[in-house]
Design a protein around this ligand. Sequence first.
Ligand code: TRP
Length: 452
Amino acid sequence: MKADKTGMHGVWASRWTFILAATGSAVGLGNIWKFPYITGENGGGAFVLVYLICILTAGIPVMMAEVLLGRKGRMSPINTMKELAGQEKAPQFFQGIGWMGAISGFFILSFYSVIAGWTLYYVVKMISGDFSNVTADGAGEIFGGLLSDPLLLTLLHTIFMVMTGVVIARGVHKGLEDGVRTMMPLLFLMLILLLGYSLTTSGFSQAAAFLFSFDFEHLTGASVVEALGHSFFTLSLGMGAIMAYGAYMPKQASLGKTILAVGFLDTLVALVAGLIVFSIVFTNGLEPGAGPGLMFQTLPLAFSALPGGQWIGTAFFILVAIAAWSSALSIAEPAVAWAVEKGWSRGMATFAVCGFAWVLGLGTVLSFNEWSDVTLWGKTFFDSLDFLTANIMLPLGGMLIAIFVGWFMTAESTNAEARIKNPTVFAIWRFMLKFVSPLAVLAIFLHGLKVF
Ligand code: TRP
């Protein structure tokens, strides 16, 4: 099938809608849930520094490349890569970027939906007042109770997956645009409010020191790989999600500033979430390395200390659920768009993609209870999927994207699409794609494998 100028799926209303949708994709559980907990597990500041370096040297350049490929191809990542690899006479295996991305998407969506389900549970718990005057131990117990109940986890996972499917089936435009437009600003407001609260706690300065003092003692090869992987995860890179969104981007918009805005907002949300969570951790003598439950055990404490905390807490978890929702849509979009191009109806395509990811998600549900002892290389089912996607598949996808645009596309055809007006900025970006981003990924992989 040949794409016309705008492709069969349509185009965002404006550059701003693209920024909103891409920010909606980027800002999600990765920022508010995952970033604080992996920072805690990896000892703090030095990890944060490596993460920021990865965002700048690999994340932003690759994000621009991904959007560029999407807009040039105007199709699902699988068909876009098929067409462009042929056009630019690149080796066949570059087509694999699209396929590997679709597989990563299934894996990520499967566990993402389970964790997003936790936020739905917290909405209900907050409304019902179960977290009013809660102690640290009490919050831990509520969270522990949730994890030990596979049926409840499955129910929540199902609700979230259906919510995701309904919006995708309606088409990204109608479903997504209005939602993100109103909800994202509200989420930012809530984060500012919580940041204000955390400034009043005694643990704030310790939290700031934990995040921003770069003590390299704790840094291991594994944590460097984790930081790289997370920089891809948090920006939704390496699997075609942003490529699919790029395919709906208006032709005339320049890529540079647009992508910088998305990268900046995403990083800001993560750092603010980190400050909030760790202020509460240190104020209450909790453990920074508590793992995936960190956010779910700390934030309820903040809300119980705030006047009207029950309502603020309810609103906050609703917003986190929405942030997760807008991210989940982008995870499913590449596979759905591909099936639509194959001739499926959008509804059937959504049903198949979400249904398959739902089944896979049951593995993650069980990994927190019945299967918590079933491990492969010391990792549970959930940990393995998370590791395989974020730490291997996404960086690999990102590296191939950088190499494809950096080495197989000419400078002219690249900038015909990117429309970066400042020649120095363009040259720097291209240099990053050719050398810095691929080498950064390679070096970090080798370091992680303990080659050096
Ligand atoms: N970036 C989102 C988050 O931080 C998750 C996400 C959405 C994602 N789309 C993706 C992760 C594509 C990897 C690939 O929560």
